[in-house]
Design a protein around this ligand. Structure first.
Ligand SMILES: Nc1ncnc2c1ncn2[C@@H]1O[C@H](COP(=O)(O)OP(=O)(O)OP(=O)(O)O)[C@@H](O)[C@H]1O
Ligand SMILES: [Mg+2]
Length: 503
């Protein structure tokens, strides 16, 4: 009898699993950053069947190391302070236990997930929706840059999980629109950023809205000392996870090219013509430089999108959505998109401007090589950057190598990747269409119907390519034209002048 019953359950399980719509298996090589697990299975955590269905349908087969450490402890209700490398699955490490602990029969807000940027809030809420797809869970995103009135209306309906940025959430709590006393979980992703001077006063005020007995979960790849102060003041015997005995990802190869400021655009042009870019993110240190560079790239005949904090939120959203869907090969941005952004097709990150601190460097390069895959980080380094280069290498315990004449594509291109050739500039940059290709695998963050219809007049990815200045020279930012420091190419100098600058 007993054996028959077991078999019946087994068959039932098989049926249940077989009816799932599981995405195509990702066969790309993965590093130990995600494969060095204890061998747990998601089923080991006794999660609700509906949640397991969401997890498997997202294409997750086994928990990653941070998920193995975090899920069982978070399920007990204990506070957690967790540190794990970029792209190793921290989001699901807090969302899975959060979803398990939510009672959808209750109509009140049960969990708050706080993140530092609006784009990350959208992405994170999408992960909640994807993993909780079979759970009848109501997730709401609330960030600045949107109408408060809409949020108030939405909160009159059932919301189980609130995902937002600090200012807007505090506003809603202060106005009494959302009652956080009922929320048992307070999760901070990119916690060190949220606990930086910029945000701490807001966070402390927000905490005052919670009941004394709440679970606090903090996650990041970087935890500077100031987090300790918060931990000692607000957390109860937090369980500390640190999976970062080394800091940089094993799958990312880092190079620098020693250049003069005026050589940078030419250098980038050479990189575009030689690298096998599936998708790239190119970082600049100011919003002005983002726009200047985006124009310059378009002028060179390559397509690119750009995004920075001074743009309208609806434009930022559209760029983010379209780039994620592969409508364009290159994205130029500021540090707005440095943290948490997960686009699996990005295999190259270029620091057009070298960052000033190690945390920013680590998060930026971590936009490629997601979930243990391969990636390339190229840093354009000027004489002025030499101290920062040296310091960041020391602080991260890593070596950034001089860029070789030829970069072996096996270091950053998976054999199955769709873009197996360097991108080519179009003869007439004005008619350069966005590159159309399918991202290589299903990404659970990708299908948010809210963005499929962009704002009027913005339905074409081309709208985001900056206009060529000749179309409207008045619109060109100051310093853009031929007097601009970007404008004089130096033929292939970066391959020759590549001796590491001594600090
Ligand atoms: N168990 C899993 N199996 C397969 N893929 C997974 C698993 N967990 C997460 N992923 C995928 O790995 C990618 C990176 O995950 P995530 O964005 O959570 O990383 P992260 O650790 O938060 O990185 P960052 O520090 O950059 O924010 C996502 O595309 C996610 O869907
Ligand atoms: Mg993250």
């Amino acid at each position: 009898m007993a054996s028959t019953k077991t078999r019946t359950v087994g068959e039932g399980e098989q049926e249940w699993k077989q009816s799932l719509k599981v995405p195509e298996k990702d066969l790309r090589f993965q590093t130990e950053d995600v494969t060095a697990t204890k061998g747990n299975e998601f089923e080991d955590y006794y999660l609700k069947r509906e949640l397991l269905m969401g997890i498997f349908e997202a294409g997750f087969e086994k928990p990653s190391p941070i998920q193995e450490e975090s899920i069982p402890i978070a399920l007990t209700g204990r506070d957690i302070l967790a540190r794990a490398k970029n792209g190793t699955g921290k989001t699901a490490a807090f969302i899975i236990p959060m979803l398990e602990r939510i009672n959808t029969a209750n109509t009140h807000v049960q969990s708050l997930i706080l993140v530092p940027t609006r784009e990350l809030a959208l992405q994170t809420s999408q992960v909640c929706k994807t993993l909780g797809k079979h759970m009848q869970i109501n997730v709401m995103v609330t960030t600045g840059g949107t109408t408060l009135k809409d949020d108030i209306m939405r909160l009159s309906e059932t919301v189980h999980v609130l995902v937002g940025t600090p200012g807007r959430v505090l506003d809603l709590a202060d106005k009494g629109v959302v009652n956080l006393k009922t929320a048992e979980m307070f999760i901070m992703d990119e916690a060190d950023k949220l606990l930086s001077q910029e945000f701490t006063p807001v966070i402390e005020k927000l905490l005052a809205h919670f009941q004394a007995k709440r679970q606090i979960l903090l996650y990041s790849a970087t935890f500077p000392l100031m987090v300790k102060e918060f931990k000692d003041k607000f957390m109860v015997k937090p369980y500390e996870i640190n999976l970062m005995d080394e800091l940089t990802l094993k799958g990312i190869t880092q190079y620098y090219a020693f250049v003069e400021e005026k050589q940078k655009v030419h250098c980038l042009n050479t990189l575009f013509s030689k690298l096998h870019i599936n998708q790239s993110i190119i970082f600049c240190n100011s919003t002005n430089r983002v726009e200047l560079l985006a124009r310059k790239i378009t002028e060179l005949g390559y397509s690119c999108f750009y995004s920075h904090a001074k743009m309208l939120q609806q434009h930022r959203n559209r760029v983010f959505h379209d780039f994620r869907n592969g409508a364009c090969r290159n994205l130029v941005c500021s540090d707005l998109l440095t943290r948490g952004i997960d686009i699996q097709a990005v295999n190259v990150v270029i620091n057009f401007d070298f960052p000033k601190n190690a945390e920013t460097y680590l998060h930026r390069i971590g936009r490629s090589g997601r979930f243990g895959h391969l990636g390339l980080a190229i840093n354009l380094v000027t004489y002025e950057d030499r101290f920062n280069l040296y310091r960041i290498e020391q602080e991260l315990g890593t070596e950034i190598l001089p860029i070789p004449a030829v970069i072996d594509k096996r270091l950053y291109v998976a054999p199955s990747d769709s873009q197996d050739a360097p991108q080519k500039p179009l003869k007439n940059p004005q008619s350069n269409p966005p590159v159309q290709y399918q991202p290589r695998r299903h990404n659970p963050h990708q299908s948010n119907p809210r963005y499929t219809n962009g704002p009027p007049g913005m339905r074409d990815g081309n709208s985001y390519r900056p206009a060529h200045p000749s179309q409207n020279p008045e619109n060109a930012p100051p310093g853009y034209h031929s007097t601009s420091s970007y404008s004089q190419p130096h033929r292939n100098r970066y391959y020759r002048s590549n001796k590491k600058p001594t600090p």
